[in-house]
Write a protein of this length. Structure first.
Length: 426
C-alpha cells in the first residue's frame, strides 16, 4: 500500500522560547509547518526543550530543530533579566541565525513562551518578518505585523484558528516516559455488547437494582474480600448468594438476566443454579482475567469515553490506558491514567472509580489522581465515581468529607454525564 508523502514544509525559521508549558508553541508550529524551528532555552527549561524537540520532530517529519548553545566563556541564558538576555541574543542568537542554512529564510518570532524579559529583548533585537502570540484560553493565534519603525503600534495581520494537538503529544511535552496500552480485549471483541451493558450498569446502580447488587456483592466476596483465602485460589469458585440487602426495584432485570448478560461477554464464565453462582476464582485463565478486569472497573472507563464522544468530543481528543512513568526502566514508577483528554486548549485527567477496596481510604482516590496529574503538566483533575461507590460513601458518612477534600485540592468529583458536560463547557 502506498504511503502518502508528508506535506511540504514552509521555508521559514520559526523562533520559540521554551517554558514550562509548551502546548501553545506546539500548536503554532503545527499551524505554520515551518522548515526550521529554533528553540531559545533558558537554564531552568532544558529538559522541557528536549521533550518539545522530540514531539516536534515526530509530528513533522523533515523538520529541522536547533537549540543554540553559548560558547564559553559566555554565561548560560537565565531569562529573568532584560539586559543579560539582550546580551545573550546579540552574542549567541543573532550570529546563529546568520548560518548559511538559515540566513536566507524569513524569520518569525513566537512571543507566547519564555519570560517577560525574554519577550521584550526578543522584539527589540531585530526586525522580524512576523510575530505570533496566543492568549491563555484562546483558540486563535494572533499573527501580528511588525512595527514599521520604532514606536509604531502592532497591527493584527491574521487570526487563524489553532487545532488541538493530540492528548498523547501533550502528555509527552511533560513526560518522556509515555506508553499507550491496548484496550481490554473484551471491549475489542464485544464492543456493542459491552457498551450497552456499561450504560445499563450505571443506570441500574443508580436505581439500586437488587439483582445486580447481589451479583456485585458475590464478585467482591471472591475477588476482593477473599483474594487471600485458599478456597478461592482456583480457576472457578461456586458460592451461595446472599439474600438481597435492599428491596427489589419496581422495574429492571432479575439476577438471572444480569448473569446472562455478563456471561455473553465471555461465554461460560458465569453459571447460576438456584442461589448458587459459579464464577472465576483468583487463579483463572487469561480470557477470564480480561473479563474480571472489565467487570471490576474497565466498564466505567469505557462508559466515560462513550459519554465524551456522545457530548461531541472527537476520537482524536481522547486517549485511554495511558501508562505514565518517572523512569523508562523502573516498573515501580509506572502509573496508568484511565482517560486523558485534550480539547480546546484544556487538558483533563479523568480517573474512574467503580469501587473502593475495604482497606482503602476515600482520601486515597484524591491523592492518587493528584500524584499522577503532576506527571502530565497543567491538567484539570476529574474523578468519575460509579453510583455504587457514591452510595457506599454516603452510607458511611464519608461523602461530604470526600467532596470537601477534592474541592480543596482542585479535584472535580463527577457523578453523571451532565457533570462531565458542564466541566468541559460543552
Amino acid at each position: 500500500m502506498h504511503t502518502p508523502a508528508p506535506p511540504a514544509l514552509v521555508p521559514m525559521l520559526y523562533v520559540c522560547s521554551v517554558s514550562e508549558h509548551n502546548v501553545p508553541s506546539l500548536q503554532a508550529v503545527l499551524l505554520h509547518q515551518p522548515s526550521h524551528v529554533l528553540l531559545i532555552v533558558s537554564k531552568p527549561f532544558k529538559d522541557a526543550a528536549q521533550r518539545l524537540q522530540a514531539v516536534l520532530e515526530r509530528t513533522l517529519p523533515g523538520l529541522c530543530v536547533s537549540r543554540p548553545e553559548p560558547v564559553p566563556p559566555l554565561l548560560e541564558l537565565e531569562g529573568d533579566d532584560v539586559l543579560d538576555t539582550q546580551r545573550w541574543l546579540h552574542e549567541v542568537l543573532l550570529p546563529y541565525m546568520q548560518r548559511p542554512e538559515l540566513a536566507h529564510l524569513p524569520k518569525h518570532l513566537n512571543l507566547t513562551g519564555g519570560t517577560k524579559a525574554m519577550a521584550v529583548a526578543l522584539v527589540a533585537c531585530r526586525r522580524w518578518d512576523g510575530l505570533d502570540y496566543k492568549g491563555l484560553s484562546a483558540m486563535h493565534l494572533q499573527v501580528l505585523r511588525p512595527p514599521a519603525a520604532s514606536g509604531d503600534p502592532f497591527e493584527l495581520h491574521a487570526s487563524p484558528e489553532l487545532a488541538d494537538p493530540s492528548p498523547l503529544d501533550v502528555a509527552e511535552l511533560y513526560n518522556p516516559h509515555i506508553q499507550t496500552l491496548k484496550p481490554n480485549p473484551i471491549i475489542q471483541q464485544h464492543e456493542a455488547l459491552s457498551a450497552e451493558l456499561a450504560g445499563d450498569l450505571w443506570l441500574a446502580q443508580s436505581e439500586r437494582h437488587a439483582g445486580l447488587e447481589a451479583l456485585l456483592e458475590a464478585f467482591e466476596r471472591v475477588w476482593v474480600l477473599g483474594k487471600d483465602q485458599n478456597a478461592y485460589q482456583c480457576a472457578q469458585a461456586t458460592i451461595d448468594l446472599q439474600p438481597p440487602s435492599v428491596d427489589p426495584a419496581p422495574t429492571g432485570r432479575t439476577l438471572a438476566d444480569w448473569v446472562q448478560r455478563f456471561d455473553a461477554l465471555c461465554p461460560g464464565v458465569l453459571a447460576l443454579q438456584q442461589r448458587q453462582l459459579t464464577l472465576p476464582g483468583n487463579r483463572t485463565s487469561k480470557a477470564h482475567e480480561h473479563w474480571k478486569r472489565w467487570v471490576s472497573g474497565d466498564w466505567l472507563e469505557q462508559l466515560c469515553q462513550l459519554w465524551l464522544r456522545d457530548l461531541g468530543l472527537p476520537n482524536s481528543a481522547i486517549v485511554g490506558n495511558l501508562k505514565v512513568g518517572e523512569s523508562a526502566h523502573q516498573s515501580a514508577t509506572q502509573r496508568e491514567a484511565d482517560v486523558f483528554v485534550h480539547y480546546r486548549s484544556q487538558s483533563y485527567l479523568i480517573e474512574t472509580k467503580a469501587g473502593l477496596p475495604p482497606d482503602t481510604k476515600a482520601s486515597d482516590m484524591e491523592k492518587q489522581i493528584s500524584s499522577l496529574a503532576g506527571r502530565l503538566g497543567k491538567v484539570n483533575k476529574v474523578l468519575l465515581l460509579a453510583p455504587s461507590l457514591m452510595h457506599s460513601l454516603q452510607q458511611d458518612n464519608r461523602w461530604d468529607g470526600f467532596k470537601l477534600r477534592c474541592s480543596s485540592n482542585n479535584v472535580q468529583s463527577v457523578i453523571s454525564q451532565l457533570d462531565l458536560q458542564k466541566l468541559l463547557r460543552l
